[in-house]
Design a protein around this ligand. Structure first.
Ligand code: 173
Length: 317
C-alpha cells in the first residue's frame, strides 16, 4: 500500500494543476444522429472551450451507452452526472416528468413565474435531479400515419407512443406500443405499427420520412427537451463551476426561439418528401386540441395528486 501512494499523488497532479476543474459525464437519451444531440454536442464544445479549469463535459454517447428509458435512472442514481432527455423518457423515475409537455408558458416565462423553481423543487424531491435548462420547446407533437383517417378515430390502428401520447391516442381508440425513438424505423419498415407520435421536427434525422405517408394536423402539446443533472453532483460543484454551468445552460435555453423557424422548415421538408397532411374541419380540429389538453391534465393530476394542480398554475395559460 505504501508504494501505491506516490502513484496516486501523480494521478492527482493534473487535477491539482487545474485547481478545481470538474468533469461531468453526460449521456443523451436521444439517438446520436438526431440533430438535437448534434446541437448539444456543439454546445458542449463551447462549454469545454470556455470552461477550461472550471467545468468540462464529457459526452459519453446516446442510447447505445445507456438505453433511452434508463437515462433518467442513471442521472437519479449518479451513474452519470448529466442527462439530455425529455420528461416522457423518465416517468419510471417520477410521473411528474411527463407533465412538462403541457407547458403553454415558455421556459423564460417559467423562470419568472415560479415555474422553474417549482420544477426544481419537484425534481429534487422526487428524482434527486436538478433541472438545469430546457433547450427544446415551441414544438408541437403530431400524429403520423400510414393509413388515412377522416376523423379523429384510431380504432383498429396500432400506434407507437411514449407516455406523451398514451392517454390521448388511447382515448381515440388506438392500440398503443411504447418504443424508444431508435426502434421506430424498424417498426415502420416491418409494418408492426400504423403510425406514431413525434414532434413536427426530427423525422429526417432518423429517416422516418421514407416510411411515413401522412401527418395529422393540428399538432398538440409542446415538446420539452432538457438537461438534467444528478442533484448530489450539482450540490457538490464548487460555486464557480456551478455559476459557470448555469450561465452556459441558460445561454443555451435562451436560444429556444431558434426552433420556431426550424420547425417551419421541417414542415416544408415533409411536404417536399411527399408526406400528406390530414386535416379535419375547424370544429373537429378545435375539439382535437382541446381534448389533448383536457386528457393530458386529467392524467397529470391523477398521476400526481400532489403536484399536478400546482404545475398547472405555472405551465398552463
Ligand atoms: O415521441 C417521443 O419519443 C417523445 O416523447 C419525444 C419527446 C420530446 C421530443 C422528442 C420526442
Amino acid at each position: 500500500m505504501k508504494k501505491m501512494l506516490p502513484v496516486a499523488l501523480v494521478a492527482l497532479l493534473p487535477t491539482l494543476a487545474f485547481g478545481q476543474e470538474v468533469t461531468l459525464r453526460l449521456v443523451s437519451a436521444f439517438p446520436e444522429n438526431q440533430f438535437y444531440v448534434k446541437r448539444s454536442v456543439e454546445w458542449i464544445e463551447k462549454v469545454n472551450k470556455e470552461g477550461k479549469g472550471i467545468v468540462q463535459i464529457n459526452f459519453i454517447g446516446g442510447p447505445k451507452a445507456i438505453p433511452t428509458f434508463e437515462v433518467g435512472k442513471a442521472v437519479q442514481s449518479g451513474v452519470v452526472d448529466l442527462g439530455f432527455s425529455t420528461g416522457a423518457f423518465y416517468t419510471n423515475v417520477m410521473p411528474e416528468s411527463d407533465i412538462l409537455k403541457l407547458s403553454e408558458t415558455s421556459a423564460a416565462e417559467q423562470r419568472r413565474n415560479g415555474g422553474y423553481d417549482l420544477i426544481n423543487k419537484i425534481w429534487a424531491e422526487k428524482a434527486n435531479m436538478r433541472y438545469v435548462a430546457k433547450v427544446g420547446e415551441f414544438t408541437p407533437f403530431h400524429l403520423y400515419l400510414n393509413k388515412k383517417i377522416d376523423k379523429p378515430d384510431l380504432t383498429g390502428l396500432k400506434i407507437r407512443i411514449t407516455p406523451v401520447y398514451r392517454d390521448f391516442f388511447q382515448a381515440m381508440g388506438a392500440s398503443v406500443m411504447t418504443t424508444a425513438p431508435g426502434e421506430v424505423y424498424t417498426a415502420l419498415e416491418r409494418g408492426v405499427i400504423d403510425g406514431y407520435g413525434w414532434p413536427i421536427h426530427a423525422l429526417f434525422d432518423l429517416n422516418w420520412q421514407e416510411k411515413t405517408k401522412y401527418r395529422v394536423d393540428p399538432g398538440f402539446y409542446n415538446a420539452e427537451v432538457g438537461l438534467v443533472m444528478n442533484l448530489d453532483k450539482y450540490k457538490a460543484l464548487p460555486a464557480k463551476a456551478r455559476d459557470f454551468l448555469e450561465r452556459e445552460a441558460l445561454g443555451y435555453e435562451q436560444q429556444n426561439e431558434f426552433w420556431k423557424a426550424y420547425n417551419q422548415n421541417e414542415a416544408k421538408r415533409q411536404a417536399e418528401a411527399g408526406i400528406q397532411v390530414i386535416t379535419f374541419d375547424a370544429a373537429t380540429s378545435k375539439t382535437y386540441v382541446e381534448k389533448a389538453k383536457e386528457i393530458g391534465w386529467a392524467a397529470a393530476i391523477k398521476s400526481s395528486p400532489q403536484y399536478g394542480e400546482q404545475l398547472k398554475k405555472v405551465l398552463a395559460k
